[in-house]
Design a protein around this ligand. Structure first.
Ligand SMILES: [Zn+2]
Length: 143
């Protein structure tokens, strides 16, 4: 079982236990679009495209902070963008709107993820989920 922690020295606060079944892949563009923190530690090379963890319930986190609302100027209009889709469960989901940033609960560094409104591409059902960027964190205890 692996666990994601804050990557900053002097913090390393526990964020969540990673449920491998909830790992999804978002395009590289998501990092620049949402200005997400990326781990730039020397020797760190992301080798996997499966870079986000879907967290349906905020209580699944060990610790998490939530930022103020995301400025709309930062996000632009996602309305017509089809690129931010991912497969989760039996559906393909599209990010409709990002509502808040996730940040470290202890040191406030981030953003390490997003709270998003997503839409099921098949039946237009919408829900709000947490998308945690695994590249913005330190993952320990990999099996
Ligand atoms: Zn921290």
């Amino acid at each position: 079982m692996s666990r994601a922690t804050c990557l900053f020295d002097g913090c390393h606060s526990a964020v969540i236990v990673i449920d491998e079944d909830n790992i999804v892949s978002l395009p590289e563009g998501a990092y620049s679009q949402f200005k997400l923190l990326e781990n730039r530690a020397e020797g760190y090379a992301p080798t996997s495209d499966n870079n986000f963890l879907v967290v349906p319930d905020v209580w699944d986190f060990d610790n998490i902070g939530v930022s103020r609302d995301i400025p709309s100027s930062l996000l632009g209009d996602l309305g017509d963008k089809d690129e931010f889709t991912f497969d989760y469960g039996d559906s393909s989901w599209k990010i409709k709107k990002c509502l808040k940033y996730l940040i470290c609960a202890d040191c406030d560094k981030g953003p390490i993820g997003l709270i998003c409104q997503v839409q099921d591409q098949d039946n237009d059902e919408e829900k709000v989920i947490h998308l945690l960027s695994l590249r913005s964190l330190q993952v320990v205890g990999k099996n």
